[in-house]
Design a protein. Structure first.
Lengths: 294, 282
């Protein structure tokens, strides 16, 4: 079969997918760009062209700047904690102990739990009057009086981060464990013979095998964390006093609660751009890690 | 293991393992215990950690189909979730399989696939407003078909990516041999390629189903009542509403978590290899 006809055949086989993707992703994205230059409302009039007004107002607004900081805090702290806990758990699961297979199996549970169920569960745990956290801490004697963990601006974001980490660090652990199992036994044995201590062994023998998969996990988790909506909506709706409002929540409020479709669209595109910059920076990082390992 | 472990090291490892098991299990066990505790135990001070009498009645309440009961709403959302996730999964695979195979065998068109995969990074908020207008225009707001269509934005890129790496592991030569023996393209795919790709197809389908089962943002925006509301929205309603029995919320959580947890435990090996192959190949 000639090259040209193979290419034609490939395009024909891809046609259904591409057509649907253009209909449900390509066209809405272009439409969002168009909307972002108008003052359209969600219901009613189509809106007038207002140029870059929406963008100027959004970027200079204090809401956006504060929300960007909150989102960055959430993403950086939770992803960092997930990476550290995940690698530690993987190193543990790679050791020999009774019940290792069972514990490895249990790690899939938080990952499998639907995000909304996880959020609901932690909302119940943090309940200010009847929650398990308040009960446990007071019964051990670590806490004098019940606290409203999700109701105080000082603790709400931290409480959300704990709930997010609990669900996501096991996935990092499973990815890291799979990478650890690919480290050849004789290399670790040789490093022992050569007198490498545990830290040197981790740094120079094990880490090179972990780096590739971990960077990819880091990329995917950061992008997910930057887009976070579900867990925050269910647990705090961005409150109290907007202390847990992330970018996706802000877009939702602007476009759907306040029904300002045009201004919401401009905000959504700014978020998209930030995610794209993040993804591009990471893609460079992934290529570099892959290159240095080859 | 070649190294002899000292007693102290082994003790330390076992202690850490116990701690990890507790961290993973405690919240899950508590969810289950709440679901079988009498309502009074859950609001007692000090909190009753283990119910004095075990009460499974909430499972009956939620799974009953008496009209206008909490059960009817829950069962309707359960059915909606199964319908939407099922339809979206099948549609995603039907679109993904030919495209993934074409890219796997004709690398020169690969760039179009990377564009499709890149859309996976788009925040859903970037598409939400036009999708809302579009669904409204087609009369598909608050409709399971409309929601399944929207879910293709997430499921189709993801399954195409997984299927492509699956097809990459099946040697071209097997297909070439069949064609040499006179089999046409579609016969070759049906007899040779697709059976070999069956495990990847199953993994992709499960992943897609779990993604759709988990989805909340679009479901929150595009559904409004029993005709299309999915489980995630129903549970968020319960959690945010004025339900006084926390056990009922927990029971809904257990029931919604059951299918993905069972799939996760049974298919563990396949899921992890899928996750890591995606992770390693990037």
């Amino acid at each position: 079969m000639s090259g040209t006809s193979m290419t034609t055949r490939a395009w024909l086989l891809m046609l259904p997918l591409l057509a649907v993707m253009i209909a449900v992703i390509g066209w809405p994205l272009i439409d969002t760009v168009g909307l972002s230059f108008t003052d359209a409302k969600l219901v009613g009039t189509a809106g007038n062209f207002v140029g870059i007004d929406n963008y100027v107002k959004t970027i200079s607004g204090s809401n956006f700047q504060r929300t960007l900081i909150t989102t960055t805090q959430f993403a950086v702290i939770s992803v960092f904690a997930e990476m550290v806990l995940g690698v530690l758990a993987a190193l543990l699961l790679n050791q020999q102990f009774y019940g290792r297979t069972v514990l490895r199996g249990l790690m899939i549970l938080p990952w499998a739990l639907p995000t909304v169920v996880n959020a609901t569960l932690w909302r119940l745990i943090y309940n200010p009057e009847y929650g398990a956290l308040n009960a446990a801490l007071t019964q051990i004697g670590l806490l004098d009086a019940y606290r409203s963990w999700l109701g105080e601006p000082g603790t709400a974001l931290a409480a959300l981060i704990v709930a997010d980490c609990w669900k996501n660090f096991p996935l990092v652990a499973l990815i890291a464990l799979a990478a650890l199992q690919a480290v050849p036994r004789d290399i670790t044995a040789a490093s022992l013979v050569d007198g490498a201590g545990p830290f040197a062994r981790f740094r120079f023998v094990i880490l090179p095998y972990l780096a590739g998969p971990l960077v990819v996990a880091l990329v995917l988790r950061t992008i997910e964390a930057f887009k976070v909506f579900d867990i925050i909506w269910v647990m705090t709706r961005g409150g109290p006093a907007n202390s847990t409002r992330t970018l996706s929540i802000l877009v939702y409020q602007e476009a759907f609660s306040f029904q300002r479709a045009g201004s919401g669209a401009s905000l959504a595109l700014i978020v998209t751009l930030l995610v794209a910059v993040l993804a591009a920076a990471y893609a460079a990082l992934v290529r570099r890690t892959a290159g240095s390992n080859a | 293991m070649m190294e002899r472990q000292s007693f102290l090291f082994s003790f330390f490892i076992h202690a850490c393992a116990l701690l990890l098991a507790a961290v993973i299990l405690a919240p899950l066990l508590w969810l289950f215990i709440m679901s079988i505790s009498p309502a009074a135990d859950l609001t007692a001070k000090p909190l009753v950690w283990w119910p004095q009498s075990i009460d499974f009645s909430r499972y009956g309440v939620l799974l009953s189909s008496i009209e206008n009961s909490a059960g009817a709403a829950f069962v309707a959302s359960l059915v909606n979730s199964i319908l939407v996730a099922g339809m979206a999964t099948i549609a995603a695979l039907v679109l993904a399989i030919p495209a993934a195979w074409a890219v796997s065998r004709t690398p020169s068109v690969g760039w179009s696939l990377y564009m499709v995969i890149a859309t996976y990074m788009l925040p859903p908020v970037a598409l939400a407003v036009p999708l809302y207008f579009g669904l409204a225009h087609l009369g598909l707001l608050n409709n399971v078909f409309g929601l399944a269509l929207v879910y293709l934005t997430i499921l189709a890129p993801f399954t195409t990516w997984l299927m492509k790496s699956g097809f990459d592991t099946i040697p071209k030569e097997i297909e070439a041999a069949a064609m040499m023996d006179g089999a046409g393209l579609f016969a070759t795919l049906r007899i040779i390629t697709l059976p070999l790709a069956a495990p990847v197809m199953a993994t992709s389908a499960l992943f897609a189903f779990l993604l759709a089962w988990d989805e909340f943002f679009y479901a929150l925006l595009f559904t409004s009542d029993l005709r299309a509301k999915t489980l995630t929205v129903a549970i968020a309603d319960l959690a945010g509403g004025r339900v006084s029995d926390y056990g009922l919320i927990a029971t809904a959580g257990v029931l919604a978590a059951l299918p993905p947890v069972v799939i996760g435990l049974v298919m563990q090996r396949a899921l992890i290899s899928g996750l890591t192959s995606g992770g390693v190949k990037g």
